[in-house]
Design a binder for this molecule. Sequence first.
Ligand code: G3H
Ligand code: 13P
Ligand code: ZN
Length: 286
Amino acid sequence: MFLPAKKILQDALKNGYAVGAFNTSNLETTQAIVNAAAVKKSPLIINISESAIKYAGLLAIISLIKLVAEQGQAKNLPIAIQLDHGKNFDKFPLFIKAGFTSIMIDASRMPYAENASLTKKTVELARKSGVSVQAELGAVPYADEESGFVSWGKIMTDPNLAKKFVEETKVDSLAVAIGNAHGFFKERSDLDFERLRKISKLAKVPLVLHGASDFPADRIKEAIEGGVASFHIDTSLRVAFTEGIREFLAENPAEYDPRLILGYGRQKVQKEIEGKIEIFGSTGKG
Ligand code: G3H
Ligand code: 13P
Ligand code: ZN
């Protein structure tokens, strides 16, 4: 059952759990995500980035998700198909038509006024089709892009600005920067939970944390208590998939059936996601 992410996040916020937004760009990862959610009876957000669309093809990846998610036990789960880090506003109508139920507009690297204006335009467009919108205020850095040095003070979300941003744009959920970073990032290991709680109190929308692959369980719990309703996870799935394949090939160097090789990677990704779902507390909420 495909729904806008807004519905899924509102229930999560109300009931004190969070929903994983897991990135995919291929068959095996998609199956692993959907199977894990089915095993755990969990609501689900499936993330597709613009570079994943470029890799797989828009209709190919959307149709694949729809077919996989409409099969078997996943059929009745609340599932959102979300554009992750959307930067090309001109393509949003095409993406919505193809079947995305949620759009993340990422104008976080632009000045406040441009970010707010693009987000507002996206909300107005999305509302016409019942699609929900996530935006980002502050900037969540990337491990490879920032080469280890980040001016955290400059990029973290300002709670008062977050309130203004949500009021101006009417966005449904907000990705915030409180010391989190994409990828396995070692420079900063703490998160500014006080800032998070302030943002939540003032902005009054479900909050989203990107770069959550390497968060330990105690951080996840504190973040949920601070108003986070969704965590974006990509790197740890890539690592599980690739390490699984490396392990399989090391043990079976003569194997050349891609189904066995990729199938082993798929199993590893599914286990990784099942573990995340348990920590997020969304087991049985679907
Ligand atoms: O936060 C970004 C996501 O991990 C997507 O990455 O653009 O390489 O698909 P990607
Ligand atoms: P990680 O790759 O750090 O898990 O972050 C994923 C993400 O934020 C996708 O939007
Ligand atoms: Zn992200």
